[in-house]
Design a protein around this ligand. Structure first.
Ligand code: SF4
Length: 121
């Protein structure tokens, strides 16, 4: 499914912290997987653009039916970035969802995706 079709069917938008540590890397992978599965759209927004204060990115997030954010750890960098733009995202934090050092990453990604999708029902 192309991005255009996906966007038309689902107005939920998803951001991830995408930090360079393992937790951030996994938040990015989980976000990509969820978008691929159609849970959320890519939107015409991006977290870096929101952090930079560009209105077009902030407005794209405001127009979404729901804003989801996945952070790797309790620092919640992505959530805080969105909140600074006065967005009120539904937040998921991977370290609060069972992510620990040495865990099976593929298994964790699959489980986290299932949990996030189940919470939307
Ligand atoms: S929330 Fe945690 S993992 Fe994500 S960018 Fe911030 S410090 Fe890194």
């Amino acid at each position: 499914m192309g991005c255009k079709d996906e966007c038309q069917q689902n107005t939920r938008i998803l951001f991830t912290c995408s930090g360079c540590c393992t937790e951030g890397e996994l938040s990015d992978k989980i976000g990509r997987q969820l978008r691929k599965e159609g849970y959320a759209r890519c939107g015409t927004s991006c977290l870096a653009g929101i952090g930079a204060g560009y209105p077009r990115f902030i407005n794209a997030a405001r127009e979404a039916s729901k804003v989801i954010v996945i952070d790797g750890c309790g620092m919640t960098c992505a959530k805080r970035t969105l909140e600074k733009a006065e967005l009120k995202p539904t937040s998921y934090v991977l370290t609060s969802m069972g992510l620990v050092d040495g865990c099976d990453q593929q298994k964790f990604i699959a489980t986290a995706c299932q949990q996030i999708k189940a919470a939307a029902k």
